[in-house]
Each structure stands twice: as C-alpha cells, then as structure tokens.
Design a binder for this molecule. Structure first.
Ligand SMILES: Nc1ncnc2c1ncn2[C@@H]1O[C@H](COP(=O)(O)OP(=O)(O)OP(=O)(O)O)[C@@H](O)[C@H]1O
Length: 252
C-alpha cells in the first residue's frame, strides 16, 4: 500500500481550472519531486493535500486512510507536515520554542494545568524541552536553541522549519521549494539534510523544487505539472530526458 495515494484531484478558482485530474502514488520512504513551470499548480496541490483548499474532485489517502476534505489540523494529526515557500517561523520566539510548538499536538496539558503551573505542566514542559533539544541536535542547531529564530542565517532557518515539521511526528513531509533563496553551499548542505531526514526518520518526502541540481541529486521519482495537469511521471532520469518535459519546462 502506498503512503500517499491521490486520484483524480481537481480544483477551480472562478473560471480557472488550477489543477485537473492530478494523481500521484508515493511509497513509504520515497523521496519524490513535484516540478513544473511557475503557476502550474504545484503549491495548489500542496494546499489541497494539507486541507488549506478543499478539492472539488478526487481523493487523497494517507497510509490507507481517506483524508480528503479534512481540516488542516486533522490532516497534520493524521500525519502530513509541511514547510512553506516563504519560511514561516514564529520569528519572535526562540529556536527551541519553535520546535516545541510542533510537539504540542502530541504532548499536552489542559489550559488550567498550564495556568496554575501544576506538576503535570512542569513534567510535560521538561519532556518537551528534552525532545526538542534532541531534534535540534539532529540538525546541528542545539547551540542556537536560545536564539530568536529570526536571528538565524537563512539556511539554518530552513533547517529549523524542517525540524519543527518533524516535531509533529509526520508520516509524510511536504517541502515547498526548500532551496529557494539559498546559495550553492546552503543548497548542497540542504540536500544532505533531506537525505539524512529520509534515512534517519525513515521518512516519506514530497518536495516542490525548481533547482534541477537538487531535484536530480536527491529525487527518485518525479511528477511534472503543466497548466494544472500531469505532463509526465516516473523515474527521475527518464522524466528529465522526456522531450515533452524538456519542451514545456526545462528548455531545449
Ligand atoms: N486562492 C487562489 N485564488 C485564485 N487563484 C489561485 C489561488 N491559488 C492559486 N491560484 C492560481 O492557480 C494557479 C496555480 O498556482 P500555484 O501557486 O499552485 O502554482 P505553482 O506551480 O506553485 O507556481 P510557482 O512555481 O510559481 O510557485 C495560478 O494561476 C494561480 O494564480
């Protein structure tokens, strides 16, 4: 059974059919890329997978469970976490607290326990500190735990966003243009981080990316979107040599 199975997914905005008959099947542990020209519908697909938009057609199944049309918070609880094209950290919170926010959907106490600072509050907070620090260590961010997240260099902010997404304990991680705005060194390091996350956490990863070096370097399979429809899909090497894909996206 596939980790993510999407069939016949579609959505319109007014008269624009932004995504039509989209389908994808991703196996557990796969590193999968979604590519295509600007405006092809890639982020709209992510928004449907995460409940930001409700598809007007089609089905989404995660690890066998139908999550079509569910709310974002319930989809996150079911096991999908994402990062954004424009980094969305809690800028005025510390690096550690950004990861702890991700942990809150699994480890929590009642509001009253929190307000009264009851023993359970201290116990859960201490456990969350420990778990968050473990994740920060994985991303080599433990020395910056007390920094404001906005004070981290760009590449580390991207890593922190991935760490926060992983803190929600997902089955599927969606990365929206993780290399956007990165210099070649940061991109190289990011590729290593993504590989590491897949291996270390046995994670299934779907990423949107325009950087072909990153795509060809780490993705095992690709789906190409063009004008909201699947233009090609399959093994990365085959797709990148497909004349249709070269014509529509990669250039002659
Ligand atoms: N909420 C919305 N309302 C109206 N149109 C929208 C909305 N969201 C997306 N669209 C349109 O849907 C189409 C697909 O946009 P989308 O952002 O998914 O493309 P993309 O492939 O992610 O592009 P890029 O690579 O530039 O990020 C575009 O024409 C966009 O203007």
């Amino acid at each position: 059974m596939a980790m993510l199975e999407v069939k016949n997914l579609g959505i319109s905005f007014g008269g624009l059919r932004a995504v039509d008959d989209f389908h994808i099947s991703i196996e557990k542990g796969q590193l999968y890329g979604l590519i295509g020209p600007n405006g092809a519908g890639k982020t709209t697909v992510f928004n449907m997978l995460t409940g930001v938009y409700t598809p007007d057609e089609g089905t989404i199944s995660l690890d066998g469970a139908d999550i079509t049309g569910k709310k974002t918070i319930d989809i996150n609880k079911a096991g999908i976490a994402r990062t954004f094209q424009n980094i969305r950290l809690f800028k005025d919170q510390s690096v550690l607290d950004n990861v702890k926010i991700g942990l809150h959907n699994q480890m929590s106490y009642s509001t009253l326990t929190g307000i009264l600072r009851l023993p359970k509050y201290r116990k859960v907070e201490a456990e969350m500190d420990e778990k968050a620090m473990e994740l920060l260590k994985v991303f080599d961010l433990e020395r910056e735990a007390g920094f404001l997240s906005s004070n981290l260099p760009y590449g580390k902010q991207r890593k922190l966003e991935i760490a926060r997404a992983l803190a929600t304990n997902p089955k599927l991680l969606l990365l929206d243009e993780p290399a956007a705005g990165m210099n070649p060194n940061e991109t190289k390091e990011l590729m290593e981080t993504i590989h590491f996350v897949r291996d270390e956490f046995d994670m299934t990863i779907l990423l949107i990316e325009h950087d072909m070096k990153l795509v060809s370097g780490i993705c095992e399979k690709l789906t190409v979107l063009n004008f909201g429809q699947v233009l090609a899909e399959g093994a990365t090497g085959d797709v990148l040599h497909d004349p249709q894909v070269i014509k529509a996206y990669l250039g002659e």
